[in-house]
Design a protein around this ligand. Structure first.
Ligand SMILES: Nc1nc2c(ncn2[C@@H]2O[C@H](COP(=O)(O)OP(=O)(O)OP(=O)(O)O)[C@@H](O)[C@H]2O)c(=O)[nH]1
Ligand SMILES: [Zn+2]
Length: 198
């Protein structure tokens, strides 16, 4: 499922968000009528709809539409999938990388679909832990593989620009199912995602 182009956003929602962001500008002490800000409510309305459009995307449908029967039964890893999300506490971005693996059980999917599944759940208000589990659950339920592994490494602007103001902390979350619950398989996955060659 492709991203919606900005011109396809619901105009009623865009209008309501524009009014909201215009009054936010004024509440923050700005002159919403000055030249540089005239189009800002519209830009922010569109940007926020873009950043939350995962609500209109269906990860299971994306995977169902790209299932192929194949006897390959080794680990498939898609690593370094960049992600941008918004923390649900402050609506500030968190961003980083997702590493996703599965061990097929007769069914594989298109590699790009794994990245699309990541985007589907990232483009919402999130906490990193739930994002990690939602990616795992969608792949597990749809492809029914022998196991799924998801690791996300991300930096949270709410911890960098404000609040505790820590610039270098990276949060790592992980979720494992099936064969990845075994130490040996999990270690192989962790070794492969930290390798420069793989
Ligand atoms: N577990 C988890 N916490 C998150 C995530 N994103 C942001 N947070 C945290 O959400 C918490 C919200 O805590 P509160 O005490 O309600 O909010 P706050 O007063 O703004 O907290 P500070 O950020 O410490 O100033 C903060 O500790 C954030 O660091 C996330 O993805 N997962
Ligand atoms: Zn936050």
């Amino acid at each position: 499922m492709a991203y919606k182009k900005e011109e396809h956003f619901d105009p009623h929602i865009t209008d309501a968000l524009m009014a909201h962001y215009r009054s936010s500008l004024e509440l923050l002490g700005e002159d919403a009528d000055r030249e540089g800000l005239l189009d800002t409510p519209k830009r922010v309305a569109k940007a926020m709809q873009f950043l939350t459009q995962g609500y209109n995307m269906d990860a299971r449908q994306i995977l169902e539409a790209a299932k192929f029967h194949e006897s390959y039964s080794e680990m498939v890893i898609v690593k370094d999938i960049e992600l941008y999300s918004l923390c649900e506490h402050h609506m500030l971005p968190f961003f980083g990388k997702a590493h996703v693996a599965y061990i097929p059980n007769g069914v594989i999917t298109g590699l790009s679909k794994i990245a699309r599944v990541v985007d589907t759940f990232a483009r919402r208000l999130q906490v990193q832990e739930r994002l990690t589990h939602q990616i795992l659950d969608a792949i597990q339920e749809t492809l029914q593989p022998m196991g799924v592994a998801v690791v996300i490494e991300a930096q949270h602007l709410c911890m960098m620009m404000r609040g505790v103001q820590k610039q270098n902390s990276v949060t790592t979350t992980s979720a494992f199912s099936g064969q990845f619950e075994a130490q040996e398989t999990r270690s192989e996955f962790l070794r492969l995602i930290s390798s420069k060659l793989n």
